[in-house]
Each structure stands twice: as structure tokens, then as C-alpha cells.
Design a protein around this ligand. Structure first.
Ligand code: IPM
Ligand code: MG
Length: 360
């Protein structure tokens, strides 16, 4: 088979980690007899430098012509919050998510066996295991609501960010979560703030209404503050977590950190139509960019998700996961997950070791 992949290398460490992921994809291609055709797409701060805007015209169309999109990372201090919206990398990231209709963001937080020591949790807590599928609503809520800034007579400047959710938006993300749970441990924790927010009350009611269609799945409501606490107290209790956009942004960073490193967690953003977009959940880490220090594993595991969800090639996906675990178990680590007995490698060497493992 032949697959077309759009590569958004992006800013900071983005180009380095995408390069290693491409080596992994090509290795899989050789081993399993697939062809991959790549299209480079400029998006983010690098696009601002080149064209003056972070989301050049035709970006979505270029991506739509492919079967899947792989994104490294975008952003950096050079294009900070004081810059006009059209120059900021984050604007482009939100725009591509919206234009591709990627409403479901799957962030898989697992504690890899070789990394129990890298987790900041107490050993007895970490050893209970972590395997959470975080399902974050990605194109609604406060991220996309109306914003405003205006002068008041007596209180200085005032701003608003509107959080709106429709039943349709809640239902489609809810169904994704229940379907995923059916293939996992059959538990969904729906996270909201229904004791305060009207959007959360609709969220909760909708989740309970659709739950009737998934009698084999157990649904639990968890308030967002409690969820934040439970994630560090005992993350082993969670199977699938489903939540709105901003809660999901915050909780997924927390979930990733308890597994040992932001540098390990992949994500898939999926809509109703192809292509889906795959990216590590970490940012562009400008402080270590270009120094061959970044951990390419989250991007490589994002490729594993791509094989599973976009190409329906579970065997290839599993092979990548296993190769990553084998390399970590052999004691090879980038600086972010290094323990005292481990051997330090850079980004390129980590990529090479994983490819070598795949060739075995
Ligand atoms: C993420 C990031 C983005 C988000 C930023 C860069 C806009 O934090 O993907 O989690 O908030 O969605
Ligand atoms: Mg985030």
C-alpha cells in the first residue's frame, strides 16, 4: 500500500523529532512493504518567518490531500503572545485543528515498564500501573468562543472568553470515549465542573443520555478539581477520561508527567473525515532546540498511533511500541528520562536505536 503523509516539522525541536519519526516510518515501510510519500507543510513560527503568517493559505488543503498528518511542535519566545494573532504559532495550531474538524484528541498516558523510576509518584503508587486514554474535546469550548476586550468606566479594561458547548459537540466526543472504552477496560470517567458551570451541566446530562447505548461501559462523573487530585493520588483508577477542551489541556499535561516524562506521550487528533493529525503532546522546547538533546519517543509513538488509527495497521503499530520499550529496557535514555544506571543518548541516536530494534 501507498500512504501520503503531511509533515509539519514546525519550530524548536520539531524538525529534529520529526526527522527521527520519518526514519521509523521508512524502516516500517521496508520491513512490511509499504510506500510512504511525504509532503512538507509550513505551519507555526517558521511559517511566520517565511511568509509573515503562521497559517499560510492552502495549509488545510495540502493536509487534506494526505492520508495523515504528522506534526512535531510549534511555538517559541520569538513569536510570543504580544505578537498579532496571525503571526502566533498557536493560532495556526488551533486553525488546523478546526479546519480539519479534529474534534477528538486522544492522549494516551501509559507508564512504560522501564520507566517506573522516572515517575515522580511514590514507587508503590507508580507500580500499580498507569494506562489512561485521555479523550479531550479539541475544537470547541473556551478555545474557540467569542473573545472581547473593552474599556469600562470604573474598572479599567475588561475581557471575556466565552465557553459554549452544544449537545451535538458533547455527544460526538462522548460517543468516541465510550467506543474506546469498549475496546479497553470499559470504564469512562467524564470530567466536568457541573457544580458551577452550565456547559458542564449539559455535558453531564448528555454523557448520561448516551451512556444508555453502551450498557457494557461504566460511567462515572468526576469534578475537574477532584480529577486533578486523583491523578496524583492514584492514577491506576482511570481507564478512559473524557473532558472538554481546556480541562483536557491541563489534565493531559498532568497525566503525562505522572508517567515520567512529557517527552513520552503521543496524541492523535481525529475527526469525522481523514486525515487525522498526530503529534507529541509536549511543546517545541526552544531551550534545547538544535542540540540533539530532545526525546523523539513521543513523536515516534505518535507514528504508532497513526499506523493504528489512520492506516489500520495494528501489527506495525505494535512493532513500534515494542521497539521503544526494548530500547528503554536496555537502558538507553535521553536526558529527560535518565536514571542513575542508564546510558545517555541524543535524539538521533535514540531514533537510530529504535530503527535498529525494528530491523531485528
Ligand atoms: C496542547 C497545547 C496547545 C493547546 C497550545 C500550544 C495552543 O498546549 O496541544 O496541549 O492548548 O491545545
Ligand atoms: Mg497543552
Amino acid at each position: 500500500m501507498e500512504y501520503k503523509i503531511a509533515l509539519i516539522r514546525g519550530d524548536g525541536i520539531g524538525p529534529e523529532i520529526v526527522e527521527e519519526a520519518v526514519h521509523v516510518i521508512n524502516t516500517i515501510g521496508r520491513r512490511y512493504g509499504h510506500q510512504f510519500i511525504y509532503t512538507d507543510v509550513d505551519l507555526g513560527g517558521c511559517a511566520t518567518d517565511k511568509y509573515g503568517v503562521s497559517y499560510p493559505e492552502g495549509t488545510a488543503e495540502k493536509c487534506k490531500a494526505c492520508d495523515a498528518v504528522l506534526l512535531g511542535a510549534v511555538g517559541g519566545p520569538k513569536w510570543g503572545p504580544d505578537k498579532p494573532a496571525e503571526q502566533r504559532p498557536e493560532t495556526a495550531l488551533l486553525a488546523i485543528r478546526k479546519d480539519l474538524g479534529l474534534y477528538a484528541n486522544l492522549r494516551h498516558a501509559t507508564l512504560r515498564p522501564a520507566l517506573v523510576d522516572a515517575s515522580p509518584l511514590k514507587k508503590e503508587t507508580a507500580e500499580k500501573g498507569i494506562d489512561i486514554m485521555m479523550v479531550r474535546e479539541l475544537i470547541g469550548g473556551i478555545y474557540f468562543g467569542k473573545r472581547g476586550r473593552y474599556e469600562t468606566e470604573d474598572r479599567g479594561v475588561e475581557c471575556t472568553d466565552l465557553m459554549a458547548y452544544s449537545e451535538m459537540e458533547i455527544e460526538r466526543i462522548g460517543r468516541r470515549a465510550f467506543e474506546l472504552a469498549q475496546k479497553r477496560h470499559k470504564r469512562v470517567a467524564s470530567v466536568d465542573k457541573a457544580n458551577v458551570l452550565e456547559t458542564s451541566r449539559l455535558w453531564r446530562a448528555t454523557m448520561h443520555r448516551i451512556a444508555a447505548d453502551y450498557p457494557d461501559v461504566e460511567l462515572e462523573d468526576v469534578l475537574v478539581d477532584n480529577c486533578a487530585m486523583q491523578l496524583v493520588r492514584d492514577p491506576s483508577q482511570f481507564d478512559v477520561i473524557v473532558t472538554e477542551n481546556m480541562f483536557g489541556d491541563i489534565l493531559s499535561d498532568e497525566a503525562s508527567m505522572v508517567t515520567g516524562s512529557l517527552g513520552l506521550l503521543p496524541s492523535a487528533s481525529i475527526g469525522s473525515h481523514a486525515p487525522a493529525l498526530y503529534e507529541p503532546i509536549h511543546g517545541s522546547a526552544p531551550d534545547i532546540a538544535g542540540q540533539d538533546k530532545a526525546n523523539p519517543i513521543a513523536t515516534i509513538l505518535s507514528v504508532a498511533m497513526m499506523f493504528k488509527y489512520s492506516f489500520d495497521l495494528p501489527q506495525e503499530s505494535e512493532a513500534i511500541e515494542q521497539a521503544v520499550d526494548a530500547v528503554l529496557a536496555a537502558g538507553w535514555h535521553t536526558a529527560d528520562t535518565m536514571g542513575s544506571d542508564d546510558k545517555l543518548v541524543g535524539c538521533q541516536e535514540m531514533g537510530r536505536l529504535i530503527c535498529e530494534e525494528l530491523e531485528r
